[in-house]
Design a protein around this ligand. Structure first.
Ligand SMILES: Nc1ncnc2c1ncn2[C@@H]1O[C@H](COP(=O)(O)OP(=O)(O)OP(=O)(O)O)[C@@H](O)[C@H]1O
Length: 421
């Protein structure tokens, strides 16, 4: 066993798969279980978001993974090994845990907060010091400025970042997060979400995250588990498929209005076919551009500077007033980078009241346009793709049957024969 007591799969930064196997939690004096017979697979290296109405058992499920809450029955398997019986304190040293507002110790400096688990693991001082600085860099806090501060000397977003750094300190394969970005303003929240995705793209942890915010689940989750009371899994699937085919009315209500628009946050501009308009270069004759527009049956041309960056977007009427294209830069051009989402593209179009957004790539060079038509087609394509098959969804069901949430219940299950699929 490794020093963290988590069954290790060798790689320093790799995540570990988790399997909850028919897990139930009954609190004393409660009539119904908080979590009833939950079997759920959390694939290694993925982000699984737990969502559902207040009191449905999300936090209880999360805390059973690191045994802050002991299951009444069932097993928790980490990386293929049953950890239900191992010492809870040791287990928790190998599982990062992030809670709202960071959950920092107020009387300890930032560095001391981050160092809690490494100290328990008896790392030497130099190793701890360099790890603290490395983690502060990772969460975008300058170590020289922040390492010796106390939590009360930090903003909410900074406290949250330190909370993430602390959870990552001993490089645990698993990270549990309970409403991690619940206590910060929407802009900081968005930034922290982006940072988490960036960190995850480097570290590939197995992350289980509770949220109240369905949009956050769509943005962060590889998989979303939608719970009803008693942690009954109503649907467990990719954000794309949940948005395109909600299992039932409960899920539809949960998604709320604008499922199509939410889908737009899942597609990046670099994944769609761009439209190439008529372009012209600084110094070209506008009469040439006009005749090319005529030939193409188009109304507007994009003017590029000497480095291929879009600087103007002119109508035929504007062109007819000019002799040659100038190098004036229009500051209101609806420009987006090709990493932006289709939702960003649509926003840009709406703000600038244009039917398209100009897309730039490396060094702001012009790549083409996203049009309203492109956006509409992308929604349709995402729907079609999402409708096709659900083969890769992880296992998720209550009452011990191995079956995917959202699948039609087979006849023998109704009859209670319990035959696995
Ligand atoms: N220590 C406890 N003792 C008794 N009942 C509890 C305890 N902790 C939680 N519960 C009950 O278990 C159920 C599930 O609670 P849990 O905190 O897991 O829900 P949740 O989905 O995380 O809710 P929220 O979104 O409001 O945080 C609730 O009915 C709650 O009242």
């Amino acid at each position: 066993m490794s020093e963290t007591e988590i069954p290790s799969n060798g790689g320093r930064a790799a995540g570990a798969g988790i399997l909850l196997e028919d897990v139930t939690k009954r609190f004393p004096g409660q009539e119904k279980p908080a979590v009833g017979g939950l079997t759920m697979e959390i694939p290694q290296g993925s982000i699984v978001m737990l969502v559902g109405p207040s009191g449905c058992g999300k936090t209880t499920t999360l805390k059973m993974i690191n045994r802050l809450i002991e299951p009444t029955s069932g097993r928790i398997i980490l990386n293929g090994e049953d950890v239900t019986g191992i010492d809870g304190d040791q287990l928790r040293r190998g599982i990062g845990y992030v809670i709202q507002a960071g959950g920092l110790f107020p009387h300890m400096t930032v560095a001391a907060n981050i160092a809690v688990v490494p100290k328990m693991l008896n790392w030497d001082k130099e190793r701890i010091r360099s790890r603290v600085d490395e983690l502060l860099e990772l969460v975008s806090l300058d170590p020289a400025l922040y390492r010796d501060r106390y939590p009360k000397e930090l903003s909410g977003g900074q406290q949250q970042r330190v909370g993430v750094a602390r959870a990552l300190a001993a490089d645990p394969p698993v990270l549990l997060m309970d409403e991690p970005f619940g206590a910060v303003d929407p802009i900081t929240r968005q930034r922290l979400q982006d940072e988490l995705l960036h960190i995850q793209s480097e570290l590939h942890k197995t992350i289980v995250c509770v949220t109240h915010d369905f949009d956050e689940a769509v943005k962060l989750g590889d998989w979303i588990a939608i719970f009803d009371e008693g942690a009954q899994l109503v649907q467990y699937d990719s954000p794309e498929r949940i948005l395109a085919s909600p299992a039932n009315e409960f899920v539809e209500n949960f998604i709320g209005s604008g499922a199509g628009l939410k889908q737009l946050t899942l597609t990046r501009v670099n994944e769609v076919d761009l439209v190439m308009p008529v372009t012209a270069s600084v110094g070209d004759l506008t009469s040439d551009t006009l005749s090319r527009l005529q030939g193409a049956g188009e109304q507007n041309a994009v003017v590029l500077d000497e480095r291929g960056r879009p600087i103007q977007w002119l109508s035929r009427r504007q062109l007819s007033r000019l002799d040659r294209h100038t190098d004036a830069v229009d500051p209101r051009l609806p420009v987006i980078g090709n990493q932006a989402t289709l939702n960003d593209a649509l926003d840009t179009m709406l703000v600038s009241s244009t039917g398209a957004a100009l897309v730039t790539g490396p060094r702001e060079s012009f790549l083409g346009m996203v049009t309203v038509q492109t956006v509409m087609e992308a929604i349709t394509a995402a729907n079609d793709a999402a409708q096709q098959g659900s083969s890769s969804a992880p296992v998720g069901i209550n009452s011990g049957m191995i079956q995917r949430a959202g699948d039609p219940v087979p006849v023998q299950d109704v009859a209670g024969t319990g035959a696995p699929q």
